[in-house]
Design a binder for this molecule. Sequence first.
Ligand code: SAM
Length: 419
Amino acid sequence: MAEGRPKRGGLGWAGTEFEVTVGPVAHGGHCVARHEGRVVFVRHSLPGERVVVRVTEDRHPGFCRADAVEVLEASPARVERPCPYSGPGRCGGCDWQHVDPAEQRRLKAAVVREQLARLAGLDVEVAVEELPGGPLRWRSRARFAVDRSGAPGLRRHRSHDVVVLDDCPITVEPAAAAVLQRRWPGAGAVDVSIDSTGAVTTARLDRQGRPTSSRVVRPGGELPEEPSGRAERRAGGRDWEVEGTGFWQVHPAAADALVAAVAGFADVRTGETVLDLYAGAGLFGGALAPAVGLEGRVVCVESDPGACAAADTNLGGFSQAEVWQGDVDAEGLTGLLAELGAAPDVVVLDPPRAGAGPAVSRLLAGTGARAVVYVACDPAALARDVAAFVEAGYRLAAVRGFDAFPMTAHVECVALLAR
Ligand SMILES: C[S@@+](CC[C@H](N)C(=O)[O-])C[C@H]1O[C@@H](n2cnc3c(N)ncnc32)[C@H](O)[C@@H]1O
């Protein structure tokens, strides 16, 4: 073991190698091991494996981070990586290329369960469901970095270095090709997305991440059309308009699966009032609007003006639906609930990664809604907010997980909180 003075709070282990037996996977996708009394978060490993690790980061006295650089005893769930660019010290894009896809889902379920146990004190069965389309070529939207020579790629894990790529096997092929088979001199990064019509939008970003130009190539179109503000998406048996740069589920099958899960948990009845918070282009509100009928009401709340404009278009056919532009925070929500006049029967919320937070969760619990359907892309944020609802008298009635991000440790969850 390397000796000497601790480096930036660590113990000087950076760059050293040693053997460990790998324990369970932690939130974030790295496995937990122990060495000389310290926790080691091991990337590129699987529970139960005996591996040689190389420490990549040692900044904290309690733990360090390491890559498994040699596998001494492999898990039966280990597979050959389908992506030639992934692995220790290589592209930082996917953490789980070396894991059998069925095992990826089991590990994600274990992480959701562990977070709910640790942060909300709940013991809940969770399964993570596979989405149609297989584990590769699912990413319909991506951001690629560009190096100083104009070559595109992805950053090495926890590094500014760009690993130059010819292809990215998890990205939908025409989108990967549109960015990776050319050079982007002067750009800092390129965003790419492909919509349900097959139109590929590329947007150049400067080194500060600001968009500088974009272009759209439609299928069969010889010439690029510039620029496009809108993209077409399909979910729940209908088309949706989304702002070109606005939020939409990245996996092409995810919006459909989430709409079905939300509708199933919400079980909306005629005449009910539904709040769709963090509504984006109005996906959930629009899908639930037919069920409340003309006697009911759906209010979608979203902070982004472009997303609100798209939601206005998407909900335009429903006189029972409204789109309110505003912030869902303690102050905004207090005003919104006062303006609503009556307590909502059903609340759907789909906050960004950080979650809604305890103040918003407590306010929502205070409405007494008969069902709260929480859509979450981070199980830790979900568990923290679930704890606030449970403290306020709700119970976690069900959780479904969806493998909307295969080959990565990310998971999408839909939870039902009921009184
Ligand atoms: C995870 S997306 C969900 C969008 C939509 N439910 C869907 O599935 O397409 C989160 C949305 O919340 C919006 N948002 C973020 N913070 C917000 C806030 N404090 N108040 C209202 N909307 C917010 C973002 O602009 C984004 O559209």
